[in-house]
Structure formats: structure tokens, C-alpha cells
Design a binder for this molecule. Structure first.
Ligand code: PRP
Ligand code: URA
Length: 222
């Protein structure tokens, strides 16, 4: 799993543990998601190119650096939206595209229902989606972005499963994945274990049962 970077920063792990806690309410969950995304984002953009510029401080002229290229960020709807705000805060010039993907509840296969991308040709594209489970959503999203001529693509997720990492490594070996955790496995319903639960439902307060394990533990109909 060469293209996987697990960000082990103590603060990242502290925030992740609170996200995992099933008692965490949606408002806190959203705030934790933004904070943890900021840490992952800093790591994921470590290699961005810069241009050297001259700048006048109040005391003297010195050399500085500015980001050389405009970034593109693409959240996968809906849960990826919870990670968008820190990206536009830290990179105010970023262009934002959207990909709507939804896993079928009986097969866990993701289908695309929306696609709106800015020009990505030659650009660095950050694809953000909190959960990399089977990898189906990210795989399809990367293929769509690649087909439009993107330069470099980087995936940022909160938690990854080995199955998803394996799939992205095979289909997109050039794409690094930044995550706060590589979890153990998928359950029969294709949820990540130990995981966080249904991220979109926890983010937006749309859980149908207060006991999330009751709704996400059922095996799929193959
Ligand atoms: C979740 C999650 C990812 C996807 C991961 O989205 O936000 O997009 O599942 O699973 P995969 O790696 O097996 O494709 P979901 O389809 O539940 O939609 P939502 O974000 O609208 O809740
Ligand atoms: N989608 C989620 O929201 N959670 C999982 O564990 C897997 C897919």
C-alpha cells in the first residue's frame, strides 16, 4: 500500500477518536470533521509547487514564496461536503467541483447522480470523501476527473479500509491517499470496522435509528 499516508499526528488521532464515539452529536461531529480535515489537508499539500517572490516587510526586502498553481477540490456528495470548508478557507482561490455518488443500500455499489467539474486539465485536484470503504465511489470519481485531463490527483479521507486502499492502488497507482486511519476491515454490509458509522448520516443528523449499528450491520443482498 505504497500510496497510503496515515497521518499519525496526536491531534489527528484525538479528533478521530471523538468522531468514532457514537455519542458525538451532529454539531460536534461537523466541527471535528473540519478540524481533522485541516490537519490532513496540510499533510496532503506538503509538495505543492511555489514561486519565489520578493516581498517588502516593514523593515526590509526579502524573498518569499507563493503557491504556483491554482488548486481544484472535488467533494463527493454528500459526506464530502463536510470536509469542504477547511479547503476553501486555507486555499481561497481553489476551484470547486462536485460529484454526487450514492451507494445502493442492497449492493453497496456506488452510482453517480451528479457531476459538475471546473476545468481540471493539468491541475492538481484534491478529491475529498471521508470514508474509503470498498473504494467504489472514489474509484469512479477519480476516473471521471482523470478523463478530463487532470494533472495530479490526491485523495483525502478520514478513514480508509484495506479493501478500498487496495482498489485505488490497483486502478490509480499514481494517486496518493491521505487518511487519519487505516481500519481493520469491512463488515458484511460494507461498512468500515471499527469505523465511524454512516458518515453522511452522522454529519447531517439523518440517522434513522439512535443505535447506528442496527441499521448498518445488516448483510447485503448480493
Ligand atoms: C458513503 C461515503 C462515501 C462512500 C464510501 O457515501 O461518504 O462516499 O459511502 O463507500 P465506498 O468506498 O464503498 O464507495 P454514501 O453512498 O453513503 O452517500 P452519502 O455521502 O450521501 O451518505
Ligand atoms: N460509508 C460510510 O458512511 N461509512 C462506512 O463505514 C462505509 C461507507
Amino acid at each position: 500500500m505504497n500510496n497510503l499516508v496515515v497521518v499519525n499526528h496526536p491531534l489527528a488521532q484525538h479528533l478521530l477518536t471523538q468522531l468514532r464515539d457514537k455519542q458525538t452529536p451532529p454539531a460536534v461531529f461537523r466541527s471535528l470533521t473540519r478540524k481533522l480535515t485541516t490537519i490532513l489537508l496540510i499533510e496532503a499539500t506538503r509538495d505543492l509547487p511555489t514561486d519565489s517572490v520578493s516581498v517588502e516587510t516593514p523593515l526590509e526586502r526579502t524573498q518569499g514564496a507563493v503557491l504556483a498553481a491554482k488548486l481544484v477540490v472535488v467533494p463527493i456528495l454528500r459526506a464530502g461536503l463536510g470536509m469542504l470548508e477547511p479547503v476553501v478557507d486555507l486555499f481561497p482561490d481553489v476551484a470547486v467541483g462536485y460529484i454526487g455518488m450514492e451507494r445502493d443500500h442492497t449492493t453497496a455499489i456506488a452510482n453517480s447522480y451528479y457531476l459538475k467539474l471546473p476545468p481540471v486539465e493539468g491541475r492538481t485536484v484534491l478529491l475529498i470523501d471521508p470514508m474509503l470503504a470498498t473504494g467504489g465511489s472514489v474509484d469512479q470519481a477519480l476516473a471521471a476527473i482523470r478523463s478530463r485531463g487532470a494533472g495530479r490527483m490526491i485523495v483525502i479521507c478520514i478513514v480508509a479500509a484495506p479493501e478500498g486502499v487496495e482498489r485505488i492502488t490497483q486502478h490509480h497507482p499514481d494517486v496518493p491517499i491521505y487518511t487519519a486511519a487505516l481500519d481493520r476491515e469491512l463488515n458484511p454490509a460494507k461498512y468500515i470496522l471499527p469505523g465511524i458509522g454512516d458518515f453522511g448520516d452522522r454529519l447531517y443528523g439523518t440517522l434513522t435509528s439512535p443505535d447506528a449499528s442496527a441499521t448498518i450491520g445488516a448483510p447485503l443482498n448480493d
